[in-house]
Write a protein that binds this ligand. Structure first.
Ligand code: ATP
Ligand code: MG
Length: 252
């Protein structure tokens, strides 16, 4: 796998407080990378810099070897899925998915067909004419994912897309995201503070705290060889607690 994205020495300061300290990492073509860390560690700040909504205090972002640090969001060919869906409430499912396509010169003429096809692929055809308020949280998040996929981005970024959903819906959507990644071969960067989610989905996990990377490795290697005491506590001890709390109910 070649490198799709390379981040070099990224730092960011808000009001004289440095919230990212010289972060460097690469994401491979077709990889599913999770960024896992506690609240306030800088996850969303990284995402905003990657997509071009925030200009970093210093450092670089390369895509396919090209320096895109100064590129506008629209020139990056990346899509983002947020926690709160960010759907247009006055438009139907079809309207929401078609909206972005209509303004894109390469999709404009076939926007209706493209929207219908992508809605079918995320299993929402029977709801195609409904407004978002008539859908469950999980269905609304599928619409948001369909809208992002419709523009065929090279990289899809997720910012805690499941945090408003109940446990059962999270499990279903998790499978859906995995399936979509296999089908579309997209490179995905997935932000979460849920250890279990990161382990279930990822090729590699980047564990962060206080604006620094603690470890970037496969789930197996993180479990076998936690790089720092923080990784041991935040990742492994937490997963172990979850297992312990379940094991008394399960016959093994
Ligand atoms: N626009 C802003 N102005 C000032 N400080 C900010 C701004 N955005 C974020 N911060 C600060 O930067 C730090 C990192 O914030 P960020 O949103 O990246 O964290 P996060 O890891 O995404 O947290 P969460 O899991 O709660 O979403 C925090 O201390 C936050 O208060
Ligand atoms: Mg955040």
């Amino acid at each position: 796998m070649s490198d799709k994205l390379e981040v070099q020495e990224l730092s960011h300061t808000f009001n004289r407080q440095e919230v990212l300290h010289r972060i460097s990492f690469t994401v491979r073509e077709g990889e599913f990378l999770s960024i896992l860390g506690p609240s306030g560690c800088g996850k969303t700040t990284i995402l905003r810099i990657l997509i071009g909504l925030l200009s970093p205090s210093s450092g670089f972002v390369f895509k396919d070897g090209i320096d895109i640090t100064g590129f506008a969001p629209s020139a990056r060919n990346m899509g983002i899925v947020f926690q709160n869906y960010a759907l247009f409430q006055n438009m139907s499912v079809l309207g929401n998915v078609e909206y972005a396509l209509k303004f894109n010169s390469s999709f404009k003429s076939k926007s209706r067909k493209a929207a219908e096809s992508i809605i079918e692929q995320v299993g929402l055809t029977e709801h195609i004419h409904k407004k978002p308020c008539k859908l469950s949280g999980g269905q609304q998040q599928r619409v948001a994912i369909a809208r992002t996929l419709a523009l065929n981005p090279e990289i899809i970024l997720f910012d805690e897309p499941m945090s408003a959903l109940d446990a059962a819906t999270r499990l279903l959507l998790r499978e859906e995201i995995k399936r979509i990644q296999k089908q579309f071969h997209s490179t995905m960067i997935y932000i979460t503070h849920d250890q279990e989610e990161a382990f279930a989905l990822s090729d590699r996990i980047m564990v962060m705290t206080r604006g620094s990377i603690q470890q970037l490795d496969t789930p197996e290697n993180i479990i076998r060889n936690p790089a720092t005491p923080f990784v041991r506590e935040f990742v492994i001890d937490n997963l172990q607690l979850k297992i312990n709390s379940l094991v008394k109910y399960v016959k093994i």
